[in-house]
Design a protein around this ligand. Structure first.
Ligand code: FEO
Length: 394
């Protein structure tokens, strides 16, 4: 695909990865692929903002070469060390060995520990600027959004914010802007991205958004390092981030479970029926039939997370554990939780689920549901009533 202009002399020169289905190793499912967005600014000095994942370096170089000889690059701004963005830096530095690298102190440390380049680093911090002639690049450190080295770059004259991973989405497309695509699909991926990557750093997100707001800068466009560029309405994603980071929930519950011989499944469905009987949205997810990252996305605006597992070896089913471990790391805010499950001769699963939900910061409801062997109609009525109670709490 051809280069794309964001503004006069500010180009997208990234790459589209249509086929990636898992990101961060096996940790994050990317059903819609992704893009690695890099930006080139032509001025008296030529500046590249971020690079792309190394296997896509050919696309990066081709896009740059259509605009300018890569050896003419004077500055490389590295907003983030993670290799999906810095992976082509060694190649860029081979082509433009005199280029200066602009990054945070932790960025410098990270780049050296990844590539051992011994390059010409210019360490920047919040408030520092790079003037390249007619354009000014202002830097804003953004530690833990989502790595310690992360920073945002703001191109003042164009009012374009290049915040790297923040505001991104894993979605592959040959269209680059929010006004060219189905924005609901983009928001769905943005929510998944936030829930699976940025959720633990929500307090820092709110602080950073407040800091940027107080700086009073005009933001006409946001060019993240993955997915679509926010051109038509950058406030849409900013407002969504405020909502997600604040832990704002809707009248919605998730009932997540797995089952051995359908007893726990019967309980799960009765709980869902009880919740919806009160007019509250409930979504049912059987873990072995669902994508864990998609469940986590659904959790972002749910008030209640109800988890069920039968007992095996005095504990939960092996495929229930990863979700609970993810929740412990993600630490969702302002949510209530409850456990349920069937057992044969000795329990244990419900206790483990409660412990893990508590460790993830959820408020655990007093009620917990256990059933020996197969639930009776009365026991299913009890599950239904528990669902009603959950809905009332929501
Ligand atoms: Fe933190 Fe897209 O890398």
């Amino acid at each position: 695909m051809p280069n794309v202009k964001l503004t006069d002399n500010l180009y997208w020169v990234g790459a589209v990865d249509w086929n990636i289905r898992y990101f961060h190793g096996p940790a994050y499912s990317t059903h819609r692929g992704t893009t690695y967005n890099a930006y080139l600014v032509i001025d008296d000095q030529i500046t590249l903002v971020d690079t792309v994942y190394r296997p896509f370096s050919g696309e990066l170089i081709r896009h740059i070469s259509e605009i300018v000889d890569p050896s003419k690059i004077n500055n490389v701004i590295i907003n983030h060390v993670e290799t999906d963005h810095s992976g082509s830096l060694p190649l860029i530095m081979e082509l433009a060995p005199n280029a200066k690298i602009f990054c945070t102190q932790r960025g410098k440390e990270g780049l050296e520990k990844h590539y051992f380049g011994g390059w010409d680093y210019n360490v920047v911090k919040t408030g520092d600027e790079l003037n390249t002639g007619k354009k000014t690049f202002a830097f804003v450190e953004a530690p833990m959004l989502h790595w310690p080295d992360s920073m945002f770059t703001y191109v003042k004259e164009d009012a374009v914010l290049l915040p790297n991973d923040a505001f991104g989405q894993h979605i592959a497309t040959n269209f680059r802007f929010d006004d060219e695509v189905d924005v609901n699909e983009v928001m769905d991926e943005a929510a998944k991205y936030y829930a699976n990557i940025l959720l633990p750093f929500s307090l820092l997100v709110l602080k950073k958004l407040d800091e940027v707001t107080k700086m009073g800068i005009d933001i006409k466009m946001i060019g993240p390092s993955h997915g679509i560029i926010w051109r038509k309405d950058p406030s849409k994603i900013i407002n969504a981030y405020v909502k997600w980071a604040s832990g704002e929930a809707e009248r919605k519950a998730l009932v997540i479970y797995d089952t051995m011989w359908e007893s726990t499944e019967k309980m799960a469905k009765a709980v869902v029926d009880g919740i919806t009987a009160e007019g509250v949205t409930a979504k049912l997810f059987k873990l072995s039939a669902s994508d864990r990252n998609d469940i986590i996305k659904e959790m972002i605006n749910a008030k209640a997370v109800i988890v069920g597992s039968p007992t095996i070896n005095n504990d939960i089913l092996p495929n229930v554990a990863p979700l609970l471990d993810d929740l412990k790391g993600l630490k969702p805010k302002n949510k209530i939780g409850m456990a349920f499950g069937s057992f044969g001769w000795g329990g244990g699963a419900v206790k483990t689920i409660e412990e893990k939900l508590r460790a993830a910061g959820l408020e655990i409801l007093d009620e917990s549901l256990t059933v020996k062997w197969v639930p009776t109609p009365e026991e299913l009525d009890h599950c239904f009533s528990a669902g009603r109670m959950i809905a009332q709490r929501i």
